[in-house]
Design a protein around this ligand. Structure first.
Ligand code: ATP
Length: 233
């Protein structure tokens, strides 16, 4: 089933068209990786889906509803959660407070403080720690946990592994794998191509704001991906 259909999306930063004519579907339960060079428009695209950046053209239909005019916080209520670039935790709040704040806007579902701490045992001893005192990996785990507290149907994760140690990357992906089940759909931005291709069932590559590749990862060669990524002919 199609959970989200994006048609002809455009988004601007001032005069710059950061996203141009972008159309794609997201199927319920899939993991989709968004890749592309720096400045390709990945963050901007993800933010338009979450309602954090306005569209200049196009439509987003999610669960059979046109999201035009649906504010970011109302998209959260409908099950769209964003783990933003830079995590954006509340630095002067504890891990537990960061999680509980997100839970306020929660849909009913299986995630609450108890189930989150079972799924992320590494966070349990950190409950009382200020977010500003966490390592990068701990921050990313907290940011993903915070998004899950809203019981999302569609989890959007920007720059999953950027700035994390190899060990922290392993932990975050182990969490994602453990958390992914048939009712959770994930769109992630990942700079590490190998990681993107091994995690996702499908990959979309952006180049200067346009989609240059949209394909299942199975059977895709590294050459095809690299060609799309750099825009070689
Ligand atoms: P990165 O991997 O560097 O985050 P990205 O693929 O996520 O890149 P975006 O961050 O969406 O790309 O940026 C797309 C384009 O929009 C780039 O040319 C970028 O310079 C520009 N841009 C992004 N944010 C702003 C902003 N706040 N003001 C002006 N231009 C911006």
């Amino acid at each position: 089933m199609t959970l989200l259909r994006a048609t002809d999306l455009g988004a601007r930063h001032g005069l710059l068209n950061a996203v141009r004519g972008v159309s794609f579907d997201v199927a319920e339960g899939e993991i989709l990786a968004l890749i592309g060079a720096n400045g390709a428009g990945k963050t901007t695209l993800l933010r338009t889906l979450a309602g954090a950046h306005p569209l200049s053209t196009g439509t987003i239909v999610y669960a059979d509803e046109d999201l035009a005019g649906v504010a970011a916080h109302d998209r959260v209520r409908r099950g769209i959660a964003l783990v933003p670039e830079g995590r954006k935790l509340f630095p002067e709040m504890t891990v537990e407070e960061n999680l509980l704040v997100a839970g306020h806007r929660a849909r009913p579902g299986r995630w609450n403080l108890d189930t989150i701490l079972e799924a992320f045992p590494a966070l349990r001893p950190l409950r009382g720690r200020l977010a500003s005192r966490l390592s990068g990996g701990q921050q990313q785990a907290t940011a993903i946990a915070r998004a899950l507290m809203t019981n999302p149907r569609l989890l959007l994760i920007d720059e999953v592994s950027l700035g994390l140690s190899p060990k922290a990357v392993e932990e975050v992906y182990a969490n994602l794998a453990a958390l992914h089940d048939d009712d959770a759909t994930v769109v992630l931005v990942e700079q590490d191509l190998n990681r993107a291709l091994s995690t996702a069932g499908r990959v979309i590559c952006l180049l200067e704001g346009r989609i240059v590749l949209d394909a299942p990862t199975a059977g895709l060669t590294r050459d095809e991906v690299v060609t799309a990524y750099f825009g070689f002919n």
